[in-house]
Ligand binder design. Structure first.
Ligand SMILES: [Mg+2]
Length: 212
């Protein structure tokens, strides 16, 4: 499929390149590593028929503690989720925003350090060939540039694919997903992919990530 480089990610609650206010990490300064996290089957229970409303969203046991543990060990958190129901015309960006507000609320109610720094999503249908849609790396590319620019307090100027020439080292970063498409996106971006059991979610792999 030919990729459409104009179809770039969307950002929950804001324009893609508007400034991002980052909360301090629990244990001090950031050393550059990002945990790119798929959503369904990683943070919350997935569904063959999509998560269509805030009421349908159920987080896995220990998701909040796992996200908090990542932040406590210095990772910024960037959710990267394909959400084709928008492009298929099933429901709106606003509906997805409400689902993400519920996700943030559930996580923080279980652990105040379970903060999601950034949520990016691809609203496009599969046949649109979007650069944003996993297995393409557009969301990861945008996530890195948004978080790095915001940490430095400089303007966000997004570049994609070969137009982005000063890609930083991602050897301390990770991408967690439950499907092949996530592992392919990780490979295409150049970050280590870690696959979790879709029935367990991120807590399945947290000790592998943190090495304890
Ligand atoms: Mg998934």
């Amino acid at each position: 499929m030919v990729c459409d480089f104009m179809l770039i990610p969307n950002r929950d609650g804001a324009e893609i390149d508007s400034p991002l206010d980052l909360l301090p990490l629990p244990n001090g300064t950031w050393d550059g590593k990002i945990a790119y996290l798929d959503r369904d089957g990683v943070l919350n229970v997935g569904s063959e028929n999509y998560i269509n409303s805030p009421e349908e969203l159920v987080i896995f046991p220990n998701t909040a503690n796992s996200v908090a543990a990542l932040r406590e060990s210095g990772f910024r958190i960037c959710v990267v989720t394909n959400q084709s129901p928008i492009g298929r015309g099933f429901w709106s960006h606003e509906n997805l925003h409400n689902i993400h507000n519920k996700l943030r609320e559930l996580l923080l109610s279980e652990n105040p350090n379970a903060h999601l720094d950034l949520i990016l999503y691809s609203p496009y249908a599969p046949w649109e060939g979007a650069w944003a849609r996993k297995p393409n790396p557009g969301m990861l590319e945008a996530g890195r540039q948004i978080i790095s620019a915001s940490e430095k307090n400089i303007e966000i100027k997004l570049r994609f694919d070969n137009d982005w020439i000063d890609k930083p080292d991602e050897s301390d970063s990770i991408m967690v997903g439950d499907r092949d498409v996530d592992m392919r996106a990780a490979f295409n971006f150049g970050v280590k992919g870690i696959r979790c059991n879709p029935e367990i979610g991120i807590s399945d792999v947290i000790s592998e990530i943190l090495g304890d």
